[in-house]
Design a protein around this ligand. Structure first.
Ligand code: PMV
Length: 326
């Protein structure tokens, strides 16, 4: 029995533009997915026969990372699915990690590379942002150029990304979940079409890239005013790229007076927004009053890890779980 877990993430700045090779900054959050691998008579998920279409990420993870005899993959999630908080990346990373851990020694870069291939296969087009953040934890900057905190580099279909570790200061975010599930693949395809057809969309993508680099400095120095204003601008550009939703607009608007900045996070079209604030209770109340579900999260959390107790979540007072090797 081998059990691994991986955190969800929130994209602080740069979603969608990153698919075009621009930078993005994402933070690991304290909601995790736990995946456990055990020998079985047939390939199954939570003891139900595995179906490629229904278990797209787990089945692609098997193809990428396993190649062994039948196993059952048990998963438990703390992340609302389709919320834009990285549940598909966390399930992929935790499964790949559990499969590799069962076969031998773990290596975080290998897990992150394989998990990216899985997401790219399932979504049709992806960036390594979600999977590398879920794998490495804390903050991850994905960028076309190498800079401080460089971890590794990946190329795909003429695009290239350098993956960097980023320290995350104490910042308070509240998530507002719209309750609306939107698949990432079609939204990514929609933005690609817009960028192929329209100059303004191309310019929006370029500007988002600049915002991210400015945002990295604001994050490192915990300059909340600057970071908030960059989040607001990033949100406007995402709206221009057609990935907002009336409910996201409502929640972003509801947080305006009590936060430094707010924006959608992840693919959009529903999912979630985030607000940077010093008044989390007030912002949560505003989100709830506007019809959203507020989720209090901690950012800058640990990445993928092997869980020592292979049944049940780690309880307070138990020995800490073992880290993945970097
Ligand atoms: O749907 P999410 O939260 O996994 O976010 C997707 C982020 C995109 O930039 C839209 C796609 C990607 O692969 O980076």
């Amino acid at each position: 029995m081998t059990r691994c877990s991986a955190p969800g993430k929130m994209i602080l700045l740069g979603e969608h533009a990153v698919v075009f090779g621009k930078p993005a900054l994402a933070l690991a959050i304290d909601l995790r997915i736990y995946s456990e691998v055990v020998p079985s008579q047939q390939y199954s998920v939570n003891w139900h026969p595995m179906k490629k279409r229904h278990h797209a990420y787990i089945s692609a993870a098997l193809d990428e990372a396993w190649g062994g005899p039948p196993i059952n993959v048990d998963t438990e999630s703390e992340i609302p699915s389709g919320s834009g908080l990285g549940s598909s990346a966390a399930v992929t990373v935790s499964c790949v990690a559990a499969m590799l851990a069962r076969k031998g020694k773990l290596d975080a870069e290998k897990v992150a590379r394989m998990a990216f291939e899985v997401e790219n296969t399932v979504q049709g087009r992806a960036s390594p942002t979600d999977t590398s953040t879920s794998c490495h934890g804390f903050g991850v900057l994905v960028a076309p150029e190498k800079t401080d905190g460089f971890l590794w580099r990946i190329e795909k279909d003429k695009r290239q990304w350098n993956i960097h570790h980023c320290d995350v200061p104490k910042l308070t975010f509240v998530v507002g979940y719209t309750g609306i599930h939107a698949a990432t693949g079609p939204l990514v395809a929609k933005v690609k079409k817009l960028v192929d057809d329209k100059d303004e969309a191309r310019k929006a993508v370029d500007r988002i890239g600049e915002i991210v680099l400015e945002g990295v400095n604001a994050t490192r120095s915990a300059d909340k005013r600057r970071l908030g204003s960059l989040m607001n601008e990033n949100h406007q550009l995402l709206r221009e790229l057609g990935v907002s939703h009336p409910m996201l607009e409502k929640l972003v608007e509801a947080c305006a007076t009590k936060s430094y900045g707010a924006k959608l996070t992840g693919a959009g079209g529903g999912g979630s927004m985030i607000a940077l604030t010093d008044e989390p209770k007030e912002v949560s109340a505003a989100i709830a009053a506007a019809g959203g579900e507020p989720i209090q999260i901690e950012v800058g959390c640990e990445g993928a890890r092997v869980e020592k107790n292979s049944r049940g979540f780690k309880r307070p007072g138990e020995e800490p779980a073992q880290d993945l090797e970097d």
